[in-house]
Ligand binder design. Structure first.
Ligand code: DAK
Length: 259
């Protein structure tokens, strides 16, 4: 696969893949090709057993300043329908491995929505999150009204979506949108640390636990509990459960194989 707008390092660290958005002059504005490259790369990494966690990052100035406004400006509703960007975002949503966003600078519009497609978010002190689509006459289109509201609650989400105002990393952490705020020189290494911690767990347990947590957004408590229980039982069919519990009893570190 030849990649123009992202850089991919499949073994950035052991078991950790890194995707870096790479349109720096345009503040990593998410054009259709870039989104397609993310979609295809995630699909490939998701089926690669050597990868246990995936980090998505940008650069110090911008994670991503949103969808490419210049590419979108002249489109009609029928163009948008035919381009069907939703299938790309839906595919990204299907990623089973843990995704961590390492964010510095602007994470706006589709950029903020891409962060919210990740399972955890580590940000630098300079990060700014926002859904400013309202300022250009539209509204969030890749889940912003739903995921932001679930993350930070109605009134704060309403303020961000209806005024387009940005929030700082510190505010985002206080509101529950992100996991961690760290100095700008370590935001990536902190994301790697988190990814390594997750990658040291059983990949099967991580996959099934991620599925169960995400399911809580779509189901009633009882339906979610049914899935949780099935996934819990399923883990007893695998070697990693035996290894994990035996390692505890023998007071040693477990060696999980994802089986
Ligand atoms: N698109 C295209 N170009 C962008 C851009 C964007 N979103 N953001 C920045 N750029 C470009 C600027 O045009 C400029 O290019 P040149 O003029 O140098 O050629 C360059 O990046 C540097 O930007 P600035 O000169 O503006 O830099 P500043 O530091 O002064 O300002 C800023 C930074 C981030 C505050 C400002 O650039 C800005 O407000 N950018 C736009 C932010 C925005 O409105 N984002 C939301 C876009 S709408 C969907 C999925 C997703 C979406 C829609 C549908 N479906 C699945 C259907 C998402 C929509 C959006 O995200």
């Amino acid at each position: 696969m030849s990649l123009e707008f992202i850089k991919v390092d499949k073994q950035y660290e052991e078991h950790i893949a890194l995707i870096q958005l790479n349109r720096p002059k345009e503040l990593n504005a998410l054009n259709l090709q870039l989104m397609g490259e993310i979609r295809d790369t995630l699909k490939e990494l998701d089926s690669d057993d050597s990868v246990r966690a995936i980090i998505i990052t940008g650069n110090e100035k911008a994670f991503a300043a949103g969808a490419d406004i210049k590419q979108m400006a002249g489109k009609t509703a029928i163009d948008m329908l035919n381009i069907d960007q939703f299938s790309t975002w839906d595919q990204i949503k299907k990623t089973k491995k843990p995704l961590i966003a390492a964010v510095s600078g602007f994470a706006l519009g589709g950029g903020c929505e891409l962060c919210m497609h990740c399972d955890m978010i580590v940000a630098s002190e300079t990060a700014k999150f926002g859904q400013p689509e309202i300022k250009i006459g539209v509204m969030p289109g890749a889940g912003g009204t739903q995921r932001l509201t679930k993350a930070i609650g109605k009134v704060k989400a309403m303020e961000m979506v209806l005024t387009g105002k940005f929030i700082s990393a510190e505010e985002a952490q206080g509101a529950g949108l992100i996991n961690k705020v760290v100095p700008v020189d370590v935001y990536l290494s902190e994301a790697v640390k988190l990814a390594k911690e997750v990658a040291s767990m059983s990949p099967v347990a991580v996959k099934l636990a991620k599925e169960a947590v995400l399911e809580s957004f779509n189901t009633s408590l009882d339906e979610g509990l049914v899935l949780e229980r099935k996934n819990f039982y399923l883990l007893f069919a695998g070697e990693d459960q035996k290894e994990g519990m035996q390692a505890f009893i023998e007071k040693r570190k477990p060696n999980f194989k994802g089986k």
